[in-house]
Design a protein around this ligand. Sequence first.
Ligand code: F6P
Length: 340
Amino acid sequence: MKIGILTSGGDCPGLNAVIRGAVMKGDRIYGHTFVGIRDGWRGLVQDDVFDLPRHDVRGLSKQGGTILGTSRTSPFAHGGTERVKQVMANHGMDALIAIGGEGTLTVARMLHDEGINVVGVPKTIDNDLSATDVTFGFDTAVAIATESIDRLRTTGESHHRCMVVEVMGRHVGWIALHAGLASGAHAILVPEVHVGMDQIASWMTSTHDRGRAPVVVVSEGFVPEGEGEAVSLRGLDAFGRPRLGGIGDHLALEIESRTSLETRSTTLGHLQRGGVPTAYDRVLATRFGTAAIDTVSRGEWGVMVNLVGMEIGTVNLRDATSELKLVPRHAWDEAAILFG
Ligand code: F6P
């Protein structure tokens, strides 16, 4: 078979390891050939594709970013299924492997519904896909956030300051929860749980009164109790979603005015998506890549590879995109026992 591979949506450490796993096994075991599609769905509708032989993916598992490039383009705004079929036919492509998050996998599902042979691979640092226990990229993002919080804590302690650290997490607070727990934060604020400013200020004061420099970890999508929407100061992204960011600064001002503690805020932003993947993410991404090529070779279309426990399997794309994996209230409550 000739297979097209694309990466779409926000990038994520481990994308290259998926590409390497799929191409190496596809070439060695099944004798498939591959084409890379540049910048996600954009490259597919604009016929921007190139040959991707096995020697071009050597040594890629430790490389951050994606050699294919990515974008947030929807093919349905640029010719839709007919155009996709036409470009696939131009290159003799039999199937697609689409590596992406919820938006990309929804597009993959729609294309499959219209007769295109597609297999999805889940990626997102946010870890918000319900049909897989873990997505690659999450472990790397948590490691980066944890190291950053540890560093911010030492400078906070030197100056007896309160430190607010904003991490990614549009709808879900998994990065904040894990990095906050790992670094012993005094408050972890996630989109799933509304907490009032008085409660946050009280945690900061009690921490300070014990002689500690308080640390707050907050997801970009957190909304304080009684306030309307997540902070967004930079307009909309290509999918029309608000670009989030700024809750850390907002909290820092509120904390300082309520507690009189000198407070600083740091937004980690895209640092969490850059650089080399952790060993865990390289392994998971490689397993997803090789499983995706097995799935293609079986002709099992319209599914996404997933991880359940220790096992890699597949799940229908419709089920894979039907709901987000939120932080359950009991997981936050468990962490909150240690706040303040
Ligand atoms: O990949 C998801 C995510 O990390 C969200 O947490 C965040 O809102 C978004 O990406 C930001 O992506 P970009 O700035 O690349 O549009």
